[in-house]
Design a protein around this ligand. Structure first.
Ligand code: ACO
Length: 332
């Protein structure tokens, strides 16, 4: 664990995009052979939000960021860095710069970070490194995904799981360091468990030269493998992060896991002996929003007054790559 070099990290504000269109389990049962009972029992999901025609990853991200910047009592011009965790950019060259322009955050450098459902936790930890070295003072970290663009709506094994969303936090340089511990991991040997793959065809171009042109295919997933991976890796990475923080699970006020499946949340909480009233869950309303799920849950619990300044939060993201990570931090 790399120790800080002088600057601490504070968590000053949160925000999330409000997507009004809901797609219920009953709606889905009109598209594929499924039922509210099957989906709710196996996943805990009852609805998911679907971005509208006027929404883009950039507009949803900017909406979430505006809420976080306002809560932190900052102006867009104060922001030094915008980190956008996403796997579903509007533009493969990156979407963070569009968010920077939409916010009017002229001074900020902005770039995308891709680590699927671990993206927000990876971005939060990355942002902390820039703050701890003294490079940047005010950072907006956004987790946003529009998975409805990339789901095969005829594949009942995946389309029932995912939804669209965006959430954000503002992290700031401070005297006291409130990022208490973290740990990240990757295992590319399990890459084939969860993919949004590029498929190409060989096109002769000129002479001997050929190019591979094609497009991305919808999400494919080995649900059972991902489930097994999550219930093993997530408790482990949380325990390592708690060790780095010098804390025990009894010290944790809130467990905010990537909102993939209620059964994963229950299994992890049970292994760590964290009571269910300290486990944040909003997947019934949002489904799995990938990189957005943790910051949306955080924002909802902060805005409802359940998470208070000083509360200790254990968070963990996990997903495609495969990747996983955890961070222990104090809100405020
Ligand atoms: N409705 C009705 N039946 C279904 C559906 C559906 N939507 N989907 C699958 N089934 C059927 C299957 O065809 C199968 O039928 P069969 O027994 O006749 O073959 C049966 O239900 C059981 O299927 P399983 O895949 O074994 O179901 P399982 O209990 O494993 O639940 C689930 C599937 C919910 C996907 C589970 O494996 C899971 O949650 N895995 C983790 C996935 C996850 O969290 N992914 C996201 C993490 S990473 C990220 O967020 C990008």
């Amino acid at each position: 664990m790399v120790k800080q070099t002088g600057y601490g990290v504070a968590f000053a504000g949160s925000g999330s995009a409000d997507i009004s269109t809901a797609l219920s389990n009953d709606d889905l049962s009109q598209i594929v052979e499924t039922s509210d009972e099957w989906i709710a029992t196996r996943t805990g999901i009852r609805q998911r939000r679907i971005a509208g025609a006027a929404d883009s990853l950039a507009t949803l991200s900017a909406e979430a960021a505006r809420g976080a910047i306002a809560m932190a009592n900052l102006a867009p011009a104060d922001i030094d860095l915008i980190l956008l965790a996403t796997s579903t950019p509007d533009d493969l060259f990156g979407t963070a710069c569009q968010v920077q322009a939409a916010l009017g955050a002229q001074r900020a450098v902005a770039f995308d970070l891709t680590a699927a459902c671990s993206g927000f936790v990876f971005a939060l930890i990355t942002a902390a490194q820039f703050i701890r070295t003294g490079a940047y003072r005010n950072v907006v970290v956004i987790g946003a995904d529009v998975l409805s663009r990339w789901v095969d709506w005829q594949d009942r094994t995946t389309c029932v799981l995912f939804g669209d969303g965006a959430g954000a936090v503002v992290m700031q340089a401070a005297e006291t360091d409130r990022l208490l511990g973290f740990e990240m991991g990757s295992d590319g040997s399990l890459n084939g468990c969860l993919n949004l793959n590029y498929q190409s065809e060989t096109q002769p171009l000129v002479g001997e030269v050929q190019v591979q042109t094609g497009t991305f295919l919808p999400i494919t997933m080995n649900g059972r493998e991902v489930y097994r991976f999550a219930v093993n890796r997530v408790p482990e990475v949380l325990e390592k992060s708690l060790f780095h923080a010098g804390l025990d699970t009894a010290d944790i006020d809130w467990l905010i896991l990537h909102q993939a499946n209620q059964r994963i949340l229950d299994a992890v909480a049970k292994r760590l002996k964290i009571p269910s009233d300290r486990v944040v869950s909003n997947m019934a309303k949002h489904g799995n929003t990938s990189a957005a799920s943790i910051p949306i849950a955080l924002d909802e619990w902060v805005r409802s007054g359940q998470i208070q300044p000083g509360d200790k939060i254990a968070t963990s993201g996990f997903g495609a790559g495969l990747t996983w990570g955890a961070a222990i931090f104090e809100w405020g």
